[in-house]
Ligand binder design. Sequence first.
Ligand code: AHR
Length: 499
Amino acid sequence: KTVANKVIVNTDLKEGTVNRNLYGHFSEHLGRCIYEGIWVGEDSPIPNTNGIRNDVVASLKKLNIPVLRWPGGCFADEYHWKDGIGPRESRKRMINTHWGGVIENNHFGTHEFLMLCEMLECEPYISGNVGSGTVQEMSEWVEYMTSGGVSPMADLRKQNGREKPWHIKYFGVGNENWGCGGNMRPEYYADLYRQYQTYVRNYEDNRIYKIACGPNGADYRWMETLMKEAHTKMDAISLHYYTVPGSFWDGKGAATGFPENEWHLTMKKALYMEELITKHSAIMDQYDPDKRVGLIVDEWGTWFDVEPGTNPGFLYQQNTIRDALVAGITLHIFQEHCDRVQMANLAQIVNVLQSVILTEGEKMLLTPTYHLFDLFKVHQDAARLHTHSISQDYEGESGSIPQISASATEDGQGRIHVSLCNVSHQDGAEVEIELRGLENKTLSITGTGLSADVIDAHNTFEQPDNVKPAPFQSFTREGSAIKAKLAPMSVVLLEIAAE
Ligand code: AHR
């Protein structure tokens, strides 16, 4: 069945810029994200550059990753950065107590992470340790990375082979300090935040953008307290929200082979991000009406049960067309709130949760979520165009949600990109896209789509191209309107050049 929908794009109404950092990623010392997924070591038979996998870096580079968060997550508040510098063979070996109880040999530390960022040409975003670290430790880490002058930490860095300081912009003062980062009350963390951030110094021309630990989902009291007590001392505050069709305690739901009703539920739960951002922004507006403080969703994505037979502490899950749709509608929400949301980091980049890449030994595959990020990268740093969507309802056991989600931007060359998601798992959608303001123009339009025939279509190491983008031609043009026919559970990106 095919039903009607309309998207109006006011091409002359630019409403802010889509910060490229909305397309950010997150890498934690968790499972096979860092070790195996990124770092294999210089002696590995897997082709690498200074220990970092070539295949993974080459694929990630194509995504134009703007920013990468590290070393956690929960790991960050147990991480002592001095364990991860100096000759690798003499670095401390320890148990990664939070994630799977495996050995952490500290071979991937500050130098290795910043080398990865240089390879990816992305900004590093470092998460500091508040939960189990000291003010001095955090302060010295910043000094080690960014001080070029006379200083003990700069000397130590030089001894370890790096003469010039790095430029570090994004620095998080703790992670989930309401939970794994110390189980703190917001009042207590707000005071600690004020204290710790004091010693996160700007050396020479380096300017740190300080990010406070924000709420877990709908914890509005946390946001209220942090904004009240500390908004003048932060550049941004984080928000964490994961899409879990079931529950964290009684089974989250399977990544593949899930029942049909879980498709709708997953979309509904992903769309909850809209309410979270709206309500948190309203609180922020009271203290910061000029929107100086950014909201940074530095952990988001799907969280399913781990793949059967894998270490439960490794959070390894497959990735299907459902994940791609979740990414599409979530990125649309971020784009529509680009006045307040300044960064977002999908959890996590390789082999953990909603990854863009999965690896197994020397094999590697690109997930449907990778392809979604590849399609949407044209929105990075583009001007958001005012868009109004009129959508049919998509009914499910848990109620009704809009079937269509859309967002439009104009890039630096004047090209317009309209991305559309049809979240229905069974109905196609006719969408009329009215490009107001382009009535008398000659338009050249190209389309790319991502779709699948089954609700859990995914890529495997044996069949890595099951789900991949293809040219999209199911559209006609009538004046300045485009009529597109979207397949069930599909994403379409239209590029429109007007003369
Ligand atoms: O991304 C996995 C974990 O989820 C992170 O370590 C933590 O911050 C969050 O609870």
